[in-house]
Design a protein around this ligand. Sequence first.
Ligand code: F6P
Length: 341
Amino acid sequence: MRIGVLTGGGDCPGLNAVIRAVVRKGVATYGHDFVGFRDGWRGPLEGDTTTLDIEAVRGILPRGGTILGSSRTNPFKIDGGLDRIVANLGSAGVDALIAIGGEDTLGVATKLHAAGVQVVGVPKTIDNDLGATDYTFGFDTAVNIAMEAIDRLHTTAESHHRVLIVEVMGRHAGWIALHSGLAGGANVILIPERPFDIEEVCRYVVRRFESHYAPIVVVAEGAVPKEGTMATRDGELDSFGHVRLAGIGQLLEREIADRTGKEARATVLGHVQRGGTPTAFDRVLATRFGLHAIDAAHGERWGTMTALRGTRIELVELAEATRELKVVPAERYAEAEPFFG
Ligand code: F6P
């Protein structure tokens, strides 16, 4: 078989490990042949390909990003997008696709599968918010980067008796905030699933100063105040209809300073969380996903994706990837609450 591989959506550490595993096992064990599509769905849409052989995947295991490039192109938002993809797969001699991506990329893969394209999916997102899999690679790396930032901010916050606010990624799900906040000993953790009460946040901040420690507030970018308690701003939409979030850290900076009289500063970690080398956990998970994805393609298990269930990698229906967003359950958030204040 000639198999096309693409990576779509926001990049994350571990994508290269998946590509490497797919190609290494695909060539060595099954004798398949590969072609890379550049920049997510833009590649098959425009017929933009790149060589993907053993040579091309040498040395990429520890590298962040993706050697194939990525984009948030949504082919179903483009006139004739589906037909163009089918035609380009045909002219590149591609029999099947392995699509590595999050909710949006796998949503497109699900539709292509329904239209007859032979596709296997691999889930990725630093947000860890895909319902079908216990973990996605990239998450562990992002949490470790955020935890290290929190550790560093603790010491400077204490020197200057400041409130330091750390804004982490997570537009719909607060997993990165919850895990990095727990691991880093945050004063309070604010997540999208649980609208916050700014008065309560300020009470925690004041209490932390009473014990002569400086508070670190960890906030997910998608966290929102309880209605009517604090003014927020709206952002622009991207081609999948997502709002470009910006600014909850800075809004909190102002509110906390005004309400407590303490100096407050926000640090937005942003794309630092998505860059650089993956942790060992993410390299292993990504490698296992790649190995199982090529097994699935070889076995013609079209319309499925790899998922981590406990410690096993299983194949689930692609449609499951987008069926349910895995948000932080109330009881998991409650586990962090004894450490607030
Ligand atoms: O979905 C992954 C993610 O990293 C989100 O946490 C974040 O909101 C978004 O991507 C940012 O995307 P962009 O690359 O468009 O800035």
